[in-house]
Design a protein around this ligand. Sequence first.
Ligand SMILES: CC(C)(COP(=O)(O)OP(=O)(O)OC[C@H]1O[C@@H](n2cnc3c(N)ncnc32)[C@H](O)[C@@H]1OP(=O)(O)O)[C@@H](O)C(=O)NCCC(=O)NCCS
Length: 220
Amino acid sequence: MGLDLSFQHPGFKARVNDRLCYQLAGEGHFVLRFWLIACSTWIQVMADCPDALFKPTEIRTRKGRTFQVRAYSSEDFGALVEMYASFEPKRVAQGLPPPDVPRITHWLDQLKIKSDSLLAIYGKKIVAHTILCPISQTEVEFTIFVLQDYREEGLGTRISQLTLAWASEMGFSKVLLTTEFTNYRAIGLFRKLGFSTTSSYGDECEMKVELRAEAKAEAA
Ligand SMILES: CC(C)(COP(=O)(O)OP(=O)(O)OC[C@H]1O[C@@H](n2cnc3c(N)ncnc32)[C@H](O)[C@@H]1OP(=O)(O)O)[C@@H](O)C(=O)NCCC(=O)NCCS
């Protein structure tokens, strides 16, 4: 008989066969049985857990510039605040990024608790940031910010493809976002990535894309 263990992170699913544990422990040895099941569960979780770690990747844009793409870590916090402090225009996407350093700091503090992020780095400078914010076990919200001097060379497309592939690897099957109709650059990018509009409200629309398992291979 199998025991399904679903962990909070959608990629973290484990199946444990406990029959052997019961046989080994024998009837009545509850403590030993529990201990064996716990050990077996942990080993199986480690073995079955898909590698949701993002492998750092180098990308080259059509301007011939090379960028490092890697997952955000806590040491990046200050440099990311700097990126958004110099980001223009402020409040371009539903009030984001916030207009000043205290509000940028607060926003990024909140984000690091509830999201996963990728960064594009040029030299030592963070120049693009993508955010994945889980909504449910299968759905995740996506957004992207590319610093003004690095736009229109394909960076947004490439880092988004890598981010969607990473979301797929983590076990998500749908990616959603909301954007303003007036943000034609963003809408152009999202359409290119396969998003389509699912609903609209006022001057905003919701867009969605279903992830396919092949997305990872295609983005590589
Ligand atoms: C939207 C954004 C992420 C695009 O990043 P980017 O690195 O310039 O994107 P790319 O160069 O890969 O371009 C991707 C597509 O976006 C669209 N696009 C980008 N710049 C555009 C422009 N100036 N005019 C029209 N379409 C544009 C095009 O469809 C383009 O595809 P193409 O290169 O095949 O024509 C960037 O402009 C940005 O950070 N904007 C501010 C933040 C924002 O609005 N984020 C979205 C939040 S919902």
